[in-house]
Design a protein around this ligand. Sequence first.
Ligand code: BES
Ligand code: MN
Ligand code: MN
Length: 466
Amino acid sequence: MQHTQSYINANKEVFLEELLALLRIPSVSADPAYADDVRKTAQFVADKLQDAGADKVQLFETAGYPIVYGEKMVDASLPTILIYGHYDVQPPDPVELWDSPPFEPIIKKTKLHPDGAIFARGACDDKGQAYMHVKAFQAMMDKGELPCNVKFMIEGEEEVGSENLGIFCKEKAEMLACDVVLLSDTSVIANDIPSITVGLRGLSYVEVEVVGPNKDLHSGVYGGAVGNPVNILCEMIASLKDENNKISIPGFYDDVVIVNEADRAKMNEAPFSLEQYKESLSVDSVHGEKGYTVLEQTSIRPTLDVNGIWGGYIGEGAKTVLPSKANAKISMRLVPNQDPDTITALFQSHFESIAPESVKVTVTPHHGGMPAVTPTDTLEYKAAAMAMKQTYGKDPIPQRGGGSIPIVALFEEVFGVKSVLLGFGLNSDDIHSPNEHYGLFNYYRGIETIPYFYQYYTDLKTGKIS
Ligand code: BES
Ligand code: MN
Ligand code: MN
């Protein structure tokens, strides 16, 4: 991989310029106003894949946004790596909280990124990380060092649930056949503490509506007698957790896999400073489930959070009104073996049951996703660990992540293969938030590490090394 590494080193500036161009296209999948740009982004990625040397590059149309496909089959007897990534991004809102426009990438130094970081929506999640794979592939191709077969599948609907990708995977299972899936859409602990993500949480997402009187009312004339949907929604939500921050929906924890004390102790050996954590968020205290550390609360324990809540008058000044309805969006992060459909059903029946007779409640389920865990005693984990050791000079720490990538569970179900979550972002990179950024160090380190994964995986799989 020496020539590949020199090629990467010699092309750092171009690799950066190309990523900046990709980040300038606002591929927000959630908002139909960006539809043309989302498609433009797919075409951009396809063109770059083609330039890098992939064969059969194609945009596969779906009921939503296209899936970018490309492959390089060097020898059927060699292993095949399927690269997954997503070119869609989260909405940039609230735009006014960005220090620079979200789709005009700029490079600035930060405390954690002294070499500079690219500030733009999607810089880390996931354009920057997905594009590392295209460039790593290009380098191996150019230098004739591609050690195995590779297939690319880059989708445009991850941030809205990957529903069409699920259908695509089932339909094209033969075309997508592979030995392992490799993706970079997660984080490392720190730039000097490499880690590999070995778990993802699942997701159940619902929207609730509480309706009271048939119209907005004068809060003096009617207030005191008529149930206020905003008050009631708040009371209902407040009752979903007890004084220990444990979720009080009956049956919610029934299927949760309890991690044993030895494994918990090991997880908590990972470097983590509660003081720094609080300081970075400007909070005086954390507020998680009693009896668990922050690392545990954000990985092996489920959660329930209001993502948005609205109702009544929110304009300038004071308007005395008793609103007719109130709404909230609520997410529940799930852990093995919780099933999103089961949890959604439990939430729905519980939420309806706690509604007072003065209001009507509707619960509308949104997309969900299964949790996933990957073992560390596998050949694919070993290859990833060896690759990181090579570039970071240290063994990576296996760590479960708190976020969700629902398609990972489906890869296992449909292709029967494990995924390697070789992410290079930092948790502090503000993904989904204003001022999302991705370190230049992280971008280049990712491009450098990926070829080693190819090499070690192929060598381990073919028995060349053990
Ligand atoms: N890349 C993230 C998931 C992630 C981030 C996992 C950091 C681990 C660490 C992904 O793009 C994402 O945001 N997923 C959504 C779920 C999806 C169904 C909208 C999430 O986790 O909220
Ligand atoms: Mn992502
Ligand atoms: Mn995301």
